[in-house]
Design a protein around this ligand. Structure first.
Ligand code: FMN
Ligand code: NAG
Ligand code: NAG
Ligand code: NAG
Ligand code: NAG
Ligand code: NAG
Length: 384
């Protein structure tokens, strides 16, 4: 009886595994890599591999700070799993040979080599002593956008200085704000002086994130206070700076509409990587809600989105709905265990995947991808 129950449990688990790092053979290929050491960068073949490398080399508390999600981590898992619920609709016999030349795009009018960016993540120093400076340099070398976090291991000034000769490199600075206008004005002045081209205002974290995994190691949220976040405040803040202020963390079509009505130039869909409020929707689900109920929003302002993006095809599904650029958080934080070279390699891998996946999807010009390339009926009975 006992063994048959066990057998049943095993089968049930096997039928619905959650694979934080889907099995593509890395354990076998890198079996000889000792714990606490890094595999050769050349042996990593995709974004998920950087988590494997970080898990094997960072201490458990630092790794946990990057890895954790809120509460039971249902949103964290859904962010990753949601992409496989929607099947692609590849078109064939299309001349896709120029696809690579169509990757460059603009974000708020600034030119970049690809429609994805590095999302703001606090405490890059947990992965590497040079911390955020590696992310600046990697993004600069590959000409993609980096959004440094306010709660970074380096100062705003140190991060700006890392641009080096590449002083035209564009950064957007993420902020958490207090209701102290004196402090906010001083912070905005520093951000403007550092040369940032926009302010990313995180709006999905009005309170502390409920983070069980992180609590075990004392590595909770960088912003744990109750924050006064309203559209009135948004207007007041907009008067304190010449930079555009982009709300990050929109999760409903209602708030997307309000963002447009309140005059934003852009907003970001995000559930904070599933780290803040558990059972919030993934960005793909929110983008689909906007697409179904108010698709004009994607034409009125620029919409960015992040959460769970690990493969080229994930990027394509968000772009297909009208998202202008897609953010990636944890994989770039993990890639920083290798320093600048790791960050660059992660960017190169994702660029290549976006290009080859678009080509196999029959997209000749990435700018012309649309919702017709995806079957938006969810196909997976486990989740619908
Ligand atoms: C370690 C870590 C720290 C983060 N810190 C911040 C932060 O300070 N401000 C913020 O707006 N978002 C923060 N985020 C959320 C990211 O900006 C982004 O929304 C999320 O990581 C995207 O999901 P992904 O990691 O699955 O790509 C953080 C995420 C991680 C993993
Ligand atoms: C690394 O540590 C894990 C967990 O402690 C262990 O299962 C594994 O065998 C170790 N691997 C090596 C190569 O030492
Ligand atoms: C961005 O690219 C466009 C088209 O290639 C070009 O005309 C423009 O000068 C570029 N802008 C900047 C700031 O480099
Ligand atoms: C883990 O690593 C981080 C970053 O290097 C360090 O700050 C922290 O003190 C380490 N913690 C433990 C328990 O070793
Ligand atoms: C706001 O911050 C400034 C500078 O940090 C401080 O002097 C002032 O007392 C603060 N004001 C309030 C109302 O807390
Ligand atoms: C912003 O500034 C404008 C022009 O100075 C002013 O009319 C408006 O009331 C200000 N808005 C807020 C919310 O402070």
């Amino acid at each position: 009886m006992r063994s048959s129950l066990l057998a049943f449990a095993t089968v049930a688990l096997a039928a619905r595994p959650f694979l934080n790092e889907p099995d593509t053979g890395i354990d076998e290929a890198l079996a000889s890599v000792a714990n606490g050491t890094l595999p050769d960068l050349e042996s990593l073949v995709g974004l998920p591999d950087f988590e494997w490398a970080a898990r094997h080399s960072m201490n458990i508390s630092a790794y946990t700070y990057y890895r954790n999600g809120a509460a039971g981590e249902w949103s964290y898992r859904n962010n990753l799993e949601v992409f496989q619920r929607f099947r692609l609709r590849p078109r064939v016999m299309v001349d896709i040979t120029n696809i690579e030349s169509t990757l460059p795009t603009t974000i708020l009018g600034h030119n970049f080599s690809a429609p994805f960016f590095i999302s703001p993540c606090a405490r890059a120093g947990y992965a590497h002593p040079d911390a955020e400076t590696n992310l600046v340099k990697g993004a600069g070398a590959e000409n993609i956008l980096y959004m440094p976090a306010l709660y970074a291991s380096k100062t705003i000034e140190e991060i700006a200085a890392a641009k080096g000769n590449n002083s035209a490199q564009v950064l957007f600075q993420q902020v958490y704000l207090t209701d102290n206008d004196t402090d906010t004005k001083a912070l905005f002045a520093r951000i403007e002086k550092s040369g940032s081209k926009a302010i990313i205002m995180t709006v999905d974290s009005a309170a502390d994130g409920n983070r069980h995994r992180a609590k075990r190691y004392g590595v909770g949220s960088a912003d744990s206070s109750y924050s006064y976040l309203t559209w009135d405040l948004y207007h007041k803040l907009s008067n304190m700076t010449t930079l555009p202020i982009i709300p990050k963390g929109i999760q409903t079509v209602e708030d997307a509409r309000l963002a447009v009505e309140n005059g934003v130039k852009a907003f970001m869909i995000s559930n904070h990587g599933g780290r803040q409020l558990d059972t919030t929707p993934s960005s793909l689900e929110v983008a689909l809600e906007i697409h179904n109920e108010d698709p004009e929003i994607f034409k009125k302002v620029e919409v960015y989105a992040d959460g769970g993006v690990r493969y080229g095809a994930d990027v394509l599904k968000l772009l297909a709905l009208g998202v202008k650029a897609v953010g990636v958080g944890r994989p770039f934080m993990f890639s920083n265990v290798y320093g600048v070279d790791g960050v660059k390699k992660a960017i190169e891998l994702l660029k290549h995947e976006v290009a080859i996946d678009a080509a196999n999807l029959g997209v000749a010009d990435l700018k012309k991808i649309g919702p017709q390339y995806v079957d938006w009926r969810s196909t997976n009975a486990w989740f619908s």
